[in-house]
Design a protein around this ligand. Structure first.
Ligand code: OGA
Ligand code: MN
Length: 382
């Protein structure tokens, strides 16, 4: 207990130094943090929020958040692999209006489908991958088939960061969404996203771009704001699978000290309103507490019988073996974004002015702190 107080104290000291980049300091603190130690004492755990666990002063910021239960039928939730919305817990954080955290609302077993899609389907051509810059077409052609031989190597066999983007997504954050450059947005992921957005009060959300991030245990995602979308009044949805990680949610400026929280497998985060343009980062992916184990919510298999009109499809034992061996030491994150307002069109090319904005503002700092997350992106069909 004394030890924990000391560590919480050291986090507070780090954040309190004036004139410094408090976010950067905490990023470094958590990047080096030791799992299972007092280092993580101040990290909010929303999965335990109802039992008032979470010891640091930030735990007091946790509030309940209302969902729009009637906006999603139990059947549509089931089709997407989700529990009825009436059973979800949703939380917010004082000081972060528009931020919603939903601890794993998936039905037992159904995360399998989404994990498999991330690894097997969404990563395929023609979706763009940042590995494309470092590898030949043949090498990136079918990462899944290649990786099956080595099982856990996918896509960690490559030393450069990887990020796939189905949908009309900029592969790297400094790239702009473009009408000339897109791939179809996966219909199953669009359906899942629409249900989650509707449950959070955003009816009519359109999934137009997605980014998948593949983390090894030593990967980080640097401090950044997701500003590329043209309509910031629409929420950004984030889904986590596999090993747990620490998420830092900061302020509008980089020097504001962030709030730290755990992201576990199945957890969903929504950044909307005021919180849509806040700085955030992933400084640490945590190894499984049982050596190289899967989170227990991934141990239940996908039910053999699915709703007739389910967007979730059966997952073969062989495919699941590949996913399992990978996820024992990895985390996968998918973010889904609506890019345009209702009447807007994708621009053909970034204008000179926008290009200048990006460089002067330093919009995204993915390379900060030697960020090595592997990212991929998705695009829409309309
Ligand atoms: C992103 C992002 C967070 C995560 O892709 O822009 O912030 O949890 N991802 O991986
Ligand atoms: Mn982001």
């Amino acid at each position: 207990m004394g030890k924990m107080a000391a560590a919480v104290g050291s986090v507070a000291t780090l954040a309190a130094e004036p004139g410094e980049d408090a976010f950067r300091k905490l990023f470094r603190f958590y990047r080096q943090s030791r799992p299972g130690s007092a280092d993580l004492g101040a990290v909010i755990d929303f999965s335990a929020a109802h039992t008032a666990r979470g010891t640091g002063p930030d735990a007091r910021k946790v509030i309940r958040s209302q969902l729009s239960v009637s906006s999603v039928s139990d059947h549509d939730a089931h089709r997407a692999g989700l529990q009825p919305v009436s059973k979800w817990q949703a939380y917010g954080l004082q000081g972060y209006p528009g931020f919603i955290f939903i601890p794993n609302p998936f039905l037992p077993g159904y995360q399998w489908h989404w994990v498999k899609q991330c690894l097997k389907l969404y990563s395929q051509k023609p979706n763009v991958c940042n590995l494309d810059k470092h590898m030949t077409k043949e090498e990136t052609q079918d990462l899944w088939e290649q990786s099956k031989e080595f099982l856990r190597s996918w896509p960690t066999a490559y030393t450069k960061e990887s990020r796939f983007t189905p949908g009309r997504g900029p592969l790297l954050p400094i790239e702009k969404y473009s009408a000339d450059h897109y791939t179809p947005f996966p219909s199953d992921l669009a359906f899942l996203s629409e249900q989650v957005a509707a449950a959070c009060g955003f009816q009519g959300f359109r999934a137009e771009a997605g980014i998948l991030n593949y983390y090894r245990l030593d990967s980080t995602l640097g401090i950044h704001v997701d500003r590329s979308e043209l309509d910031h009044s629409k929420p950004l949805l984030s889904f986590s699978f596999g090993q747990s990680a620490i998420f830092l949610l900061g302020g509008l400026k980089r020097d504001e000290a962030p709030t730290a929280m755990f992201m576990h497998s199945g957890d969903i985060m929504v950044m909307s309103g005021f919180s849509r343009l806040l700085n955030h980062a992933v400084p640490r992916v945590l190894p499984s507490s049982q050596g190289e184990g899967l989170p227990c919510c991934l141990e239940t298999p996908l039910p053999a019988v699915l709703p007739r009109d389910s967007v979730v499809e059966p997952c073969s034992e062989e495919d699941w073996q590949v996913c399992t061996s990978y996820l024992k030491t990895a985390r996968v994150n998918m973010t889904v974004r609506q890019v345009l307002a209702i009447d807007q069109d994708f621009p053909s090319e970034p204008t000179e002015e926008k290009k200048r904005d990006i460089t002067t503002e330093g919009f995204c700092h993915l390379d900060d702190e030697n960020s090595q997350v592997k990212r991929a992106k998705l695009n829409p069909d309309s």
